[in-house]
Design a protein around this ligand. Structure first.
Ligand SMILES: Cc1ncc(COP(=O)(O)O)c(C=O)c1O
Length: 387
């Protein structure tokens, strides 16, 4: 703050610390992600990503290739573009969203949406076929991008079925569709590697990052793009006499300095490796809670877990949303001194700090287990369970 509390980046002056941060991000990201444009939140990053895809296709002389595909239950933020891409109906209702040109394909949740007896691989094949059909129906020349979180977060910690991204990636490649990995939750060690897409085995063209970029100490986000896109944007901007996008606080020097320090600490303290070492223990505990009478499915990847609570374990019957069973469990957890979150579909989610220690993982699950037991007692008293 003493060096440079603020200067905007609109007129060709970029704070040196923002450049340093961009270089650090490029070094951390999968190969091919060569340039960074900053924003102040995950939502702004995704809105920026959408605008860049549109601008890029205009630059390439493809003015009709503009539609963007997201997924039901995906969450990408709540500004107009990002909220449109989000596939949760309650984020659309009465906000006049989604905007035209944004489409959603099915949610890759095997437990809820696979057919009887369908393997994960077959389910993934069916979802890739649905994407292909959607693109064909819309016209491949009109579809520009596909955006996905590696593991869906706010939609309920939904881990895609085996081979999903491999198959989706092939469809996108066949139609020259730009793939964006929304790494706002999964980025920076959450799934055991630098970025979630690396764990899920897909090679996106672009990335959105936020949250753990600064460990949330200050607001900062970014969009990472390949060199070929950058060059096209540059060329188009020369024609137009400037690149007319940005926010006053994009690449704010103080937020950038905090992010640079955060990345340094991640490296210095080997935070991602430390988190990766805790994953097997965390997921074993998750799996164990899957045996609890209230839990229909215990799922997760990396240091992300979700427990879907059901009224009938055998038939997978969900509770009536009005009974707010997961919210009740969250309150019992709070009584136990544990913060977890309830998301739609009565799923209780846990996303601990990357620096969590082994004994703290045990403690987390001991408390969560007690909260589940108390929820079960309550649900029995309220006669909410299948007899
Ligand atoms: C995957 C994902 N993308 C984007 C966002 C939006 O980020 P923000 O709330 O910083 O706008 C979120 C927020 O939770 C998110 O989980």
């Amino acid at each position: 703050m003493r060096e440079l509390p603020f200067y905007h980046a609109f007129a060709g002056k970029v704070p040196a610390i923002a450049t340093e941060l961009a270089e650090k991000l490029v070094a951390l990201a999968p190969p091919g992600l060569a340039r960074v444009i900053f924003a102040n939140s995950g939502s702004e990053a995704n809105d920026t990503a959408i605008k860049l895809v549109w601008y890029y296709n205009n630059a390439l002389g493809r003015p009709h290739k503009k539609k963007i595909i997201g997924r039901l239950k995906g969450f990408h933020g709540l500004t107009i573009g990002a909220a449109s891409l989000t596939g949760l109906p309650h984020n659309h209702a009465d906000f006049d969203l989604p905007i035209p040109g944004i489409l959603h394909v099915s949610c890759p949740h095997h437990y809820r949406f696979a057919h009887d007896g369908e393997t994960e691989e077959d389910f993934a094949t069916r979802l890739a076929a649905e994407l292909e059909e959607t693109i064909q129906r819309e016209g491949p020349d009109t579809v520009a991008a596909f955006v996905a979180e590696p593991v869906m977060g706010a939609g309920g910690v939904i881990v895609p079925p085996k081979t999903y991204f491999e198959k989706i990636g092939k469809v996108c490649e066949a139609h020259d569709i730009y793939m964006i990995s929304d790494e706002v939750i999964c980025g920076f060690g959450r799934l055991g590697r630098n970025f979630g897409c690396e764990v899920l085995g897909f090679r996106p063209h672009g990335l959105s990052v936020a949250k753990a970029l600064s460990s949330a100490y200050l607001p900062i986000a970014g969009v990472m793009i390949p060199e070929v896109m950058y060059q096209a944007l540059l060329e188009e901007s020369r024609k137009l006499g400037g690149f007319h996008h940005g926010f006053t606080y994009s690449g704010h020097p103080v937020a950038a300095a905090v992010a640079v320090k955060t990345l340094e600490i991640y490296a210095r303290d080997k935070v991602f490796a430390g988190a990766a070492a805790r994953i097997p223990q965390f997921q074993q505990h998750m799996k164990k809670l899957g045996e609890h009478p209230l839990v229909g499915e215990a799922r997760g990847l990396g240091l992300m877990g979700g427990l879907e609570l059901v009224a009938d374990k055998k038939t997978r019957r969900a509770f009536d949303p009005k009974q707010t069973v997961a919210a009740r469990c969250v309150r019992f957890a709070e009584d136990e001194g544990l913060i977890v979150r309830a998301v739609i579909g009565d799923t209780v989610t846990a996303c601990p700090p990357l620096i969590i220690k082994a004994d703290e993982v045990d403690e987390l699950f001991a408390r969560l287990s007690r909260a589940l037991d108390r929820t079960l007692d309550w649900a029995k008293r309220e006669k909410l369970l299948a007899s």
